[in-house]
Design a binder for this molecule. Structure first.
Ligand SMILES: [Fe+2]
Length: 373
């Protein structure tokens, strides 16, 4: 029996990127984030800059190195490109969560530490995830300042026009791992975080004519809204999108973050107006959807107009979802937008095939579909 960790939910996600200022601007313009805080030379930190971005319950940090001596950020970005360095879990007691996770089998990265200034203190501890990623246990209940000690007010007072995206919170965070790594990380997360596996997609469940993948979804057993799918490539005629990710990211890492909305039609319409590119399902998808006769409030023609996908293949309720194209220069990290209706718990298995066929078209354009033998 694993020890309880006292997990409350996701807290912040931190990206390491080539230019934090540009990433902050893009997230403000395209995704509707507020630039809420800043850390850098002006706040006493000389080797990096971070922007703290918020929207409803979403808390993102984008960080860049500003001199090559910052090995942590520089080496990550050189190898992986822009990507997620760490995601965090809010816990009741950081030391207790960290000690319990270590006892359950977690690999430690940084021991529990208090960071304080005149606005109070926060506590953090870190364990390992995938190749170069991390999971942070955090508690910020005793801090009254902006995000964490070291952060101050944003420096630029610029007005960024953006249509309301209505993005609410992190629904799930997905990892892509190499062949034979999925079970290893499933086991690691289940043991060290007191998680359990609740959905498994095996050979043949998720495949197109050309490529396939395996996937398992783990979630917190403590009732916290934390869900983490893990994908692994599976043998196919061509290179799967998971293999492409592993090749282009130079290793295992975070593939996408799903962000929830209460009104996906206006979210997608406004994000498109803000300049976000989405995958486009084929028209035949909506012919197929009509034959499925899923009981939905939205009109299928309206979903088709915006390219939104609909699925009820996991039982209760139905979900609406859509995936952006990779947001950076490499075909690696992207966002999913998701609306769960009537208690839907799934991840859109019924959509995977048409979705992957649409990704494969982009892979072909990038010359990343045929395997080099
Ligand atoms: Fe997802």
């Amino acid at each position: 029996m694993s020890e309880q960790l006292g997990i409350i939910g996701y807290d912040y996600v931190e990206f390491y990127v080539g230019s934090a200022k540009m990433w902050a601007y893009w997230h403000a313009k395209a995704m509707g984030f507020n630039i809420t805080g800043y850390l850098g030379p002006e706040t006493g930190v000389r080797d990096r800059v971070s922007y703290y971005l918020t929207k409803n319950n979403l808390k993102f940090v984008v960080t860049s190195f500003i001199n090559p001596g910052n090995y942590d950020v520089a080496s990550f970005v050189e190898k992986h490109g822009d990507g997620v360095k760490r995601w965090s879990l809010k816990v009741k007691d950081v030391k207790k969560a960290f000690d319990a996770s270590l006892k359950n089998g977690a690999v430690p990265v940084r021991n529990p530490k208090k960071f304080s200034d005149d606005k109070g203190y926060i506590e953090e501890a870190t364990i390992k995830l995938y190749d170069d990623a991390e999971i942070v246990f955090i508690n910020r209940d005793n801090y009254k300042g902006i995000f964490k000690p070291g952060f101050g007010e944003p420096r630029q007072k610029i007005k960024i026009e953006s249509k309301e995206t209505g993005l609410q919170e992190v629904d799930h965070i997905v990892g892509n791992v190499r062949v034979n790594e999925m079970n290893l990380w499933e086991n690691y997360l289940n043991k060290s975080l007191n998680f359990e596996t609740f959905i498994e997609f095996g050979a043949g469940d998720i495949s197109t004519q050309y490529s396939a993948l395996l996937s398992k979804v783990v979630r917190s057993k403590e009732g916290a809204p934390v869900k983490n799918p893990i994908n692994e490539p599976y043998e196919g005629l061509k290179k799967s999108q998971i293999e492409e990710y592993i090749d282009e990211y130079f290793g295992s890492g975070i593939q996408h973050i799903a962000l929830s909305t209460k009104d996906i039609i206006s979210t997608i319409a406004n994000m498109k107006d803000n300049g976000v590119e989405f995958l486009q399902p084929p028209d035949t998808y909506y012919e197929m959807l009509k034959t499925k006769k899923i009981k939905i409030k939205e009109s299928i023609d309206e979903l088709k107009k915006h390219g939104i996908l609909c699925d009820d293949s996991e039982g209760t309720g139905y979900l609406l979802q859509l995936f952006t194209k990779p947001i950076g220069d490499r075909p690696t990290f992207f966002y999913e937008i998701i609306q769960r209706n009537d208690g839907a718990l799934g991840f859109g298995q019924g959509n995977f095939q048409s979705l992957f066929e649409s990704i494969e078209k982009d892979q072909m354009l990038r010359g990343n579909f045929d395997r080099e033998e």
